[in-house]
Write a protein that binds this ligand. Structure first.
Ligand SMILES: *Cc1c(COP(=O)(O)O)cnc(C)c1O
Length: 492
């Protein structure tokens, strides 16, 4: 056997199975053995050919080793721009597991679910206060579903005024979900070019605005991490033609407690609880994309809404203008509990400090790398900073190589090749969770990799060298996913 050090080659459970291995031991049967155990005609284990048989310790080690092949926010910096991979305090997990929340059935009568309804009601009030909006729906299960929900409300709003209109305007720096949501909602998407600051071009917008436009979808801060400082003028230009202004507020982490979408002239917007309010996401858990609206859009909110009457909380289904339901029951309730715990624990001052620290950390990285890495837009950064690989052009090392090499230094790579308006983009968002030491270590790694790219480009272009798997065939994995164990397609 080769010395395996501490990197265990992991095989499939099917491959390490041995007949008769068990994770448990039962005493001998004291009743007659049935001929064949039938579960309503469903499969029993014995019917599944090759079903793996393993001991408990084998199963535990298999999954524990797999977990060590992965990277997580609990291991180190996860600077995935636009995704706000911040640390999730464990107290949130504890609160979400309280039996009154975790075991509540969504079909409980309202009288038996007062605590859960109150939590949803109070979370909605908190989000309204944070964002300066009149109402929120908590139902959408992700940011993208929040966008779709919002655009369906926009359509209902315009239809009630006689014409649903045809066009949704979207800047070229937008998140890819924006045009997708507008298209699914039946609108024609028209892209707007950004100006030299990376922001919406107000003069071009004024020229374009007409009564066929239903909505402008704006990301703020935009995907360059830049605040749209003309947003009030933008809102005026949009409203002057009877259209609405939507803000993609997935990255609210940049200005909680400092500025509010409602004060900027925004009519409706989604936020991602799983980015700003610390609930695990990506591989770690489901999302929640609540949508905030101003009063004129309230009648169209999904049903049911949570209302307070006297001391009681109730679900209101009778809302004739509602767009209906966008998700079963109320949304991802466990995420509401985590977000509520986080908001309550920090309070108004803590939330503002959270955003200030997120901005400070991003600017610290910017300041310490901008002499080396090319900064395509020089506007002040908020919670994230976008560099490019331009300074390495003559070395043949590209953004992808830099990202792969970062893994050798023990960091999750940042978001790469996004936003699309920056060639070879590296979009870095440290969040407020990180210590000065962790930021310094990351900066040091980025500087050393840039140096390596000049001295030994082949080293960087073949990275990672220390990870359990090297460069994966990402296109192949997406185009021909292998989702079941068994003979491969070619063998069949
Ligand atoms: C993450 C993100 C989205 C989409 O959110 P999901 O929860 O992944 O659907 C939309 N817009 C922006 C700007 C984002 O950062």
């Amino acid at each position: 056997m080769e010395p395996r050090s501490l990197r265990h080659p992991e095989r499939l459970l099917f491959e390490v199975s041995g007949p008769g291995r068990r994770g448990f031991a039962l005493p001998p049967l004291d009743v007659p053995q049935p001929e064949r155990f039938e579960l309503d005609g469903r499969y029993t284990r014995a019917d599944i050919e090759g079903f793996p048989e393993l001991s408990e310790v084998e199963v535990v080690r298999h999954y524990t080793r797999l977990s060590r092949l992965n990277y997580a926010i609990d291991l180190g910096l996860y600077p995935l721009g636009s995704c706000s991979m911040k640390y999730n305090p464990k107290i949130n997990e504890k609160v979400a597991r309280l039996p009154g929340f975790a075991d509540a059935h969504p079909q409980l009568p309202e009288s038996a679910a007062q605590g859960c309804l109150r939590l949803m009601h109070d979370l909605e009030r908190a989000l309204c206060a944070i964002c300066g909006m009149d109402r929120f729906t908590l139902q959408p299960a992700a940011g993208a579903q929040g966008e779709l929900t919002a655009i369906m409300m926009v359509r209902a709003y315009h239809r009630e005024r006689g014409n649903p209109r045809q066009v949704v305007l979207i800047p070229d720096s937008a998140h890819g979900t924006n045009p997708a949501s507008a298209h699914i909602a039946g609108y024609r998407v028209e892209q707007m070019a950004s100006n030299e600051r990376g922001c919406v071009d107000l003069a071009a917008l004024r020229r374009r605005m007409s009564e066929d436009v239903a909505l402008l979808m704006l990301t703020n801060p935009n995907t360059l991490g830049v605040f749209e400082n003309e947003i009030q003028e933008i809102a005026k230009a949009v409203h002057a033609k009877g259209a609405l202004l939507y803000m993609d507020g997935a990255n609210l982490n940049a200005f909680v407690g400092v500025a509010r979408p409602g004060d900027m002239g925004v009519d409706l917007h989604h936020i991602n609880l799983h980015k700003t309010f610390s609930t695990p996401h990506g591989g770690g858990g489901p999302g929640a994309g609540p949508v905030g609206v101003r009063r004129p859009l309230e009648p169209f909110l999904p049903v049911p809404t949570v209302e307070k009457e006297g001391a009681a909380y109730l679900l209101k289904h009778d809302r004739p203008k509602s767009i209906g339901k966008v998700r079963s029951f109320f949304g991802n309730f466990g995420m509401f509990v985590r977000a509520y715990a986080y908001i309550s624990a920090l309070g108004p001052d803590g939330l503002r400090r959270m955003s200030e620290t997120a901005v400070l950390n991003a600017n610290y990285i910017r300041r310490r790398l901008e002499d080396l890495y090319h900064l395509p837009y020089s506007e002040p950064s908020l919670h994230e900073v976008v560099f490019s690989d331009r300074h390495l052009e003559e070395t043949g090392v590209h953004t992808l190589d830099l990202a792969k090499r970062l893994m050798d230094y023990g960091f999750h790579p940042p978001t790469i090749y996004f936003p699309l308006i920056v060639k070879g983009a590296l979009m870095i968002e440290p969040t407020e969770s990180e210590s000065r030491e962790e930021l310094d270590a990351f900066i040091d790694a980025m500087r050393r990799i840039s140096d390596e790219a000049r001295r030994d480009p082949a080293l960087v272009r073949t990275a990672p060298h220390t990870t359990p798997v090297r460069r994966l065939d990402e296109v192949g994995a997406a185009r021909h996913p292998v989702l079941r164990w068994g003979p491969s397609r070619d063998e069949r």
